[in-house]
Design a protein around this ligand. Structure first.
Ligand SMILES: NC(=O)c1ccc[n+]([C@@H]2O[C@H](COP(=O)([O-])OP(=O)(O)OC[C@H]3O[C@@H](n4cnc5c(N)ncnc54)[C@H](OP(=O)(O)O)[C@@H]3O)[C@@H](O)[C@H]2O)c1
Length: 329
């Protein structure tokens, strides 16, 4: 896959004085984005990884990177545990960040899984739906007050960036949307046969969440956007069946980009990208058009339902979170 030269940001793009948070920071795009943030002078970096051991190992690995040792990086790096398969973990992570981090200028919600076989979370949800959508949306919602307060303090908009995928356009939900009285959370959570499309569904829901959230928050406070990094050589296939992995590995090797290159798109979306990207999707630092379904009546109805269900979900798990988010009416 060719790489537009513009995707690598000029040295003038800096995160000096800023605090950033990256989920899935130990691997692939999350690790590469964390490295770029440090290279570009971020003052505080919060690494969210699935265990404390992974967080500490990631911190040590980053600090040993030649591009950082040569720059004498002074950043404060905080490693926090976040398991998106667990709602309790999401809540305690958000509480800890709010307590320990005085300001939060940039959040990159990058962590995700891809699975063919259905796997339940400890509370019985579909793992792909929980990690890629429900917990990610919940976390974004719980971080809004801190992002907004930081914008007010710094007098610059904060950034909330979701790593999505263009594969959302292949979601079967586009031809069979969940409408009417049916609950999206319940319908998605029914244990299913092996189905790779759950990843596509989860990314469609994520894009709907980005659109709905952006309608209710001014970009002068928080710029909310998402991006597709393209095909990248990472561990995203690690939970797929053993027979599929070599095929996908070959495809990624021949047609994909390195995480180091592709992650510049995340840095753009989470930093220099302005209000024109609010509620929109980026690819290689440029806006891409959503599939027409999202702007069609059925897509809009499903997005509204998803919005309401996600707010109820957040309020049930964290009473007061809707009030605290101070959404536009
Ligand atoms: N690679 C591609 O071609 C491609 C294309 C389009 C979009 N994307 C998107 O890019 C993002 C990053 O993926 P990647 O390609 O860099 O894959 P990756 O190397 O597998 O990274 C995924 C990250 O998510 C973390 N994660 C998985 N389950 C988690 C959980 N329950 N709680 C907390 N963290 C969890 C992983 O942690 P562990 O290491 O502990 O599992 C890992 O750090 C994803 O949103 C993916 O959908 C990737």
């Amino acid at each position: 896959m060719s790489t537009p030269p513009s995707i690598v940001l000029p040295e003038s793009v800096t995160f000096s004085g800023k605090t950033a948070l990256v989920t899935g920071a130990n691997s692939g795009l999350g690790y590469a984005a964390s490295l770029h943030l440090l290279e570009r002078g971020v003052s505080t970096l919060v690494l969210a990884t699935r265990s404390n051991a992974k967080g500490e190992e990631t911190k040590a690995r980053l600090l040993a990177e030649p591009s950082l040792t040569s720059r004498h990086v002074q950043a404060k790096i905080m490693a926090y545990e976040l398991d998106l398969a667990s709602e309790e973990s999401v809540k305690s992570f958000a509480t800890r960040v709010a307590a320990d981090v005085p300001a939060l200028d940039t959040v990159i919600l990058n962590a995700a899984v891809n699975m063919l076989n259905w796997m339940p979370t400890p509370s019985g949800s579909d793992m792909v739906f929980q990690v890629n959508y429900a917990s990610t949306a919940l976390l974004s919602f719980l971080l809004l007050p801190l992002l907004r307060d930081s914008a007010r303090e710094s007098k610059f908009p904060s950034h909330l960036t979701f790593v999505s995928s263009r594969m959302y356009a292949y979601s079967p939900l586009i031809s069979s949307p969940i409408l009417g009285d049916a609950s999206i959370f319940e319908k998605i959570n029914i244990p299913k046969q092996s189905n790779m499309k759950r990843y596509h569904d989860s990314k469609l829901l994520l894009n709907m969440w980005v659109c709905e959230l952006a309608k209710r928050i001014e970009p002068s406070e928080i710029v909310i956007n998402c991006l597709c990094p393209g095909l990248v050589q990472t561990n995203i296939d690690s939970s797929l069946p053993f027979w599929l992995k070599p095929i996908l590995a070959a495809w990624r090797y021949w047609s994909g980009r390195t995480a180091d290159l592709a992650s510049w798109g995340m840095i753009y979306a989470a930093g220099p990208a302005g209000s024109e990207t609010h509620g929109r999707m980026l690819s290689d630092n440029e806006l891409v058009t959503y599939t027409p379904f999202l702007g069609a009546p059925e897509g809009e109805e499903m997005s509204r339902k998803l919005w309401e269900e996600t707010l109820e979900y957040s309020e049930r798990l964290q009473p007061g979170s809707v009030h605290a988010s101070r959404l536009k009416k």
